[in-house]
Design a protein around this ligand. Sequence first.
Ligand SMILES: C[S@@+](CC[C@H](N)C(=O)[O-])C[C@H]1O[C@@H](n2cnc3c(N)ncnc32)[C@H](O)[C@@H]1O
Length: 300
Amino acid sequence: MFSINKKADAYRFCKAFITNQYARIAPGSYCRYTNETGRGMGQETAEETANYFDLCFSEYIGMLNADEKIDDGVILEYGPGDIPGVALLLYAWGAKKVYCVDRFSLISISRFNGEVIEAILNLLPLAQRQRASECFNDYGKPHSGFNENHIQYVVNKKGLSGFKDKVDFVFSRAVLEHVNDISATIDDMGNALKQGGVTVNKVDLKSHGLHRGNILEFLTWPALLWNLMYSEKGTPNRWRLDEYKRILNHSHLKVMFIKCVETCSKDIIDEVRPFLSKQFKQLSDEDLSCLSFWFKAQKP
Ligand SMILES: C[S@@+](CC[C@H](N)C(=O)[O-])C[C@H]1O[C@@H](n2cnc3c(N)ncnc32)[C@H](O)[C@@H]1O
């Protein structure tokens, strides 16, 4: 826990503070240096990565009602990572156009990423494969880059679209826990959606490898120190379920559901509770136990 081993805390703080300044001054170089894919996995094959995108796509579609069809829809995806695999599948299955919005410029068609895109194309039936092939500047050639008429990548400092009544669907997965200002992103979603439009999001509240021992230990660092160490790197903002509920309730979106899909045990909470940073001390066991959740909302 923070403050139990002061020497280790001081060392970690200094190292993370310096790299945070590096990320602030040169975010592009920092992403290249850390080899950031956005998926945070280790060694993986092109087929495994393609299957991951296929799973993400299927889970989004599985969250939609029968009358919420992506066909001919304009879609916004926040934080695609380094491969717009979900966007490619959305377009293949009928979307009119997909915008991918990010704070960091991660998309690149490296050799491996080109293989992943080929593997995604191989998962598709003929008609959808033909449609996906239109997404590239040269038909069927991923290395020619993405055709902006079909998949458009937008990168800016806040990771916001700035759209107004423009899209039918908004999707994100493992993104909201990274954004610096959740309210601003939820407002951006609400502005970007057309009336009746729907947003589906998966949020991962785990530490992303930033805990020692207890999986909630990363919540023991005071907010100021955490921000000084991580604010520019896209590491988790640490907000818990209660904050998302509060922001959604104050937004213009109508929440259709919030489903917690991963939880931790009471033992883990009891062990960490005496050490929690001020901002988390008052949270209920239920809010603290949620480690990942889905939410769906609609613009009324
Ligand atoms: C963990 S990755 C998830 C990538 C992809 N959605 C997936 O499931 O594989 C997080 C994504 O959020 C983006 N991101 C990180 N920090 C952000 C911020 N502060 N604002 C907006 N997007 C951010 C990253 O650049 C990256 O694309």
